[in-house]
Design a protein around this ligand. Sequence first.
Ligand code: GAL
Length: 657
Amino acid sequence: MYLGVDYYPEHWEGHMLEQDLERIRNMGANIIRIGEFAWHLMESSEGSYDFSFFDNVIQRAKEYDLKVMFGTPTATFPAWLAKKHQSVLSKDEYGYIRVFGGRRQYCYNSDIYREYSKKIVEKLVEHYQNEKNIVAWQIDNEFGHEGSDLCYCELCHRKFQQFLSEKYRDVDELNKVYGTIFWGQTYNKFEEIPLPQPTITTHNPALRLDWARFRSHSINTYAKMQIDLVKACKGEHQEVTHNFSGGFFDKAYDLNVVAEDLDFVSYDNYPVWGGLSEPLKPEHIAMTHDYMRGLKNKNYWIVEELMGAQGHNVIGYLPRPNQAKMWAYQAMAHGCENLLFFRWRGMTRGAEQFCLGIIDQNNETGRKHEEVKSYIEDVKKHETILKSVIKSDIAVLYDYDNNWSWHIQQQSAEFNFTQELVRLYAPFYRLNANIDVVSIEKDFSRYRVIIVPVMQVIDEELGRRFEAFARNGGTIIFSFRAGIKDRDNNLHFEKVYPCHIRTITGIKILESEALQRGQQVQVAGVGEYEGKEGKCTVWRDLITPEKAQVLYRYDDKFYRENACITLNHYGAGNVYYVGAGVDGQILQDIARVIADDLGIRTIDSPEGLEIMIREAGQEEWCIINNHSEDEIMFNGIKMAAYGSKILKRSELITTTL
Ligand code: GAL
């Protein structure tokens, strides 16, 4: 098991190296990640490659039994390159060049940048291909992050037009699909097609979806170029990864494509960053881990785990004592099996002075160091448990076309794609059930429950897959706006909503309402839910049941006849439709019924206490994390505020379960 730190030896005086490595090793670490922003140090002027600085670091690391993950340095290119070839710099939506000075400003489509990247990557990896101490290569750093997914330069414009001409062949086909007859936007040639830069009102939604696909394609082809190259040059003992960032649903970039070519996925876990006044909710953090595991359907690494407060210009919430450590346990609970903390020591100069590390500018060890040390000591003992395979009966499904379609037309100002996934994920998370988060393109037939939040893009084929899943006994939970659009991001014609799933849901939807800030609607239980009530926000579909049974209806003056939540028995399966942004308790009750009916493994725990069950050998283990600021007593076990424990499940059962 690899446990370690991100270390930037180039930030410090040379004489500190030995002392740092010794302290890192004494903390219990066995790996450092280096190099990912140090292109200039490796090629200070064009063609003058020199890796001696890192040769020394790697040799010294060996003496302290520290393995190395090495990052290819393309996220920050040298100033001489920007000066020589201005065209490698990307442009923002207003056409302004992103000047040299920050990071990630290169254009993924720049052939010149690709050439320079190839040269440095090839030289670097070949130089170290026989280096036994380097166990993995990280490609670049956080593709698409910090706005770098989008570039509106002339080259991207030309390549976008080319992408469209390869896709549609005939511009009249594009005109037809986009419906450019509307507002007289018909194109005579692909060369007339604009980039979706700021204009009056808004661009065509079909064009914007193609733009998102093109952006994703741009990143993915750049990444593939590097991955293939590293694979061709590296030693057999070295693996290849990339560190994905948070906020992945807010980028024009489908991570699944890059993940496919990697040996393993890495993730940078920052439950709080910048000006946030409080961290992400535990269920939100958990869902991001399950998403990372879902990319390759296998355990993954965290190569940046937050330890201190973070921010460039504005800094927010300070993780409470043991809270960051608890997040590292939570990551392991969800399938991270090797973990590095960001970063060994905070840097006193440069843009990240307020991105704090394990130790601070005073260079003294303190609370954070103690937390990391005790964490490493503890998790090492549980390696077999933490490397076990996680099996889930439940999956949350997402689709990038659908995600981008929502980002293009948000419909309710209150709508947030990630939050709608969290809304349906949370009730099962609170039951401590195992959940996978996977792309709709994967085979979902092996699950017993699929959760399909806000899937507004449903085509005929997907409709058929849902039908087969329900017919064969699966349970599906859809939420609002399902099946209103086709793959081109246009509304379905001559079909009643929810299109392609009308039969299996047993409902029709003729009207809907966006609920804006401050607006909420009461909903009331029906039948077995009679007497229960709650509210909904964000959106509501006014459902007319055809065959489905009504579980909740709206409770306002005009729409009492319309259902809010329905259940339809279809084939051997059950299909739920949650027509609104309903509140947590309503969904909690439904999740409980589903899990109990299907005999899915759950554990009741008090609010704030997360329990993941892992199987190792014949034994079931519980990884328990207290996300609350209060001590919790649970089945005779005392969980301190932000405390974590790994226990045999039988130890819990004997006490009360
Ligand atoms: C990450 C990034 C690191 C560092 C860190 C600061 O997103 O990969 O290089 O910038 O944020 O919190």
